[in-house]
Design a binder for this molecule. Structure first.
Ligand code: NAP
Length: 250
């Protein structure tokens, strides 16, 4: 009998994570939707998945906090029994600012939300996937950003640097667990139409910048989700430590 695939997608109440949760459910994955504070958005996605016959749970957890991460993974253990895929997606950015105006609190908040969270979730996933732990293997897909290559000057170097750390995490962890049945890969979206730009203080940021994108448009969350699904699935079975840039040529 074919075992059901199970995926945890962090930060999947909205944006890229929500599109990914829907696509995974359409492709027969049981899905754990995770959110930090917007329960309404997460429950809406969960309801639409269950209404279409999918299996899913919605779990509140701040993935920058170790105790919340442990609880999130234990809930998935008890609900689904195993884990096939972790999508590290939850992320934040702060109001646009030059580095000479950034407080230590701000920098630490960006790093803990965007980097510590990926490390903690990856640790819990490895324990549930690695042959070293007698497990059947699995896949981890990290959502980084094109910002890791460009650095986001005058906007958010802290955010761009946090994504640079995710690129390095992808390389290092992929090598660490390559012979334990776990593949670790990364997507680097460019300018994608989600609510995250509101948090940066410029909801119409993509309109300002789209003439600089070779394809002359921003991307949709669903276009990123397709790459995440492929990297998570057996169709990419010989791919690890790799990066897919989804940025319209930027
Ligand atoms: P979004 O629309 O703002 O959604 C972010 C999601 O992450 C929300 O569901 C939020 O939960 C959740 N979240 C944030 N911090 C969390 C935490 N500590 N614990 C649990 N959940 C948390 O953002 P998005 O644009 O879809 O971004 C998703 C990922 O793509 C991020 O890693 C981002 O850096 C990356 N990315 C985005 C773009 C872009 O242009 N949009 C480009 C490159 C990379 P609540 O709903 O509860 O607040």
């Amino acid at each position: 009998m074919k075992t059901e695939k199970v995926a945890i997608i962090t930060g999947s109440g909205r944006g890229i994570g929500a599109a990914t949760a829907k696509l995974f459910a359409e492709n027969a994955y049981a899905v754990c939707i995770n959110y930090k504070s917007n329960a309404e958005a997460a429950n809406e996605i969960a309801t639409s998945i269950t209404n279409q016959g999918g299996r899913c749970i919605s779990v509140q957890a701040d993935v920058s906090l170790e105790k919340d991460v442990i609880n999130l993974f234990q809930l998935v253990d008890s609900e689904f029994g195993h884990l096939s895929t972790l999508v590290n997606n939850a992320g934040i950015l702060k109001e646009q600012s030059r580095l000479d105006e950034m407080s230590a609190d701000r920098i630490n908040s960006v790093l803990i939300n965007n980097v510590t969270s990926y490390f903690l979730c990856s640790r819990e996933a490895v324990k549930r996937m690695s042959s070293n732990y007698g497990r059947a293997g699995g896949t981890i897909v990290n959502v980084s950003s094109g910002a890791s290559r460009r650095g986001s000057p005058n906007e958010y170097i802290d955010y761009a640097s946090s994504k640079g750390a995710i690129d390095t995490l992808t390389t290092g962890l992929s090598l660490e667990v390559a012979d334990e049945g776990i593949r670790v890969n990364c997507v680097r979206p460019g300018l994608i139409h989600t609510g995250i730009h509101v948090d940066g203080g410029e909801p119409n940021r993509i309109d300002r910048l789209k003439s600089k994108i070779p394809m002359q448009r921003g991307g949709q969350p669903e276009e990123v989700a397709e790459a995440i699904l492929w990297l998570a699935s057996d169709k990419s079975s010989y791919v690890t430590g790799s990066f897919i840039d989804l940025s319209g040529g930027l």
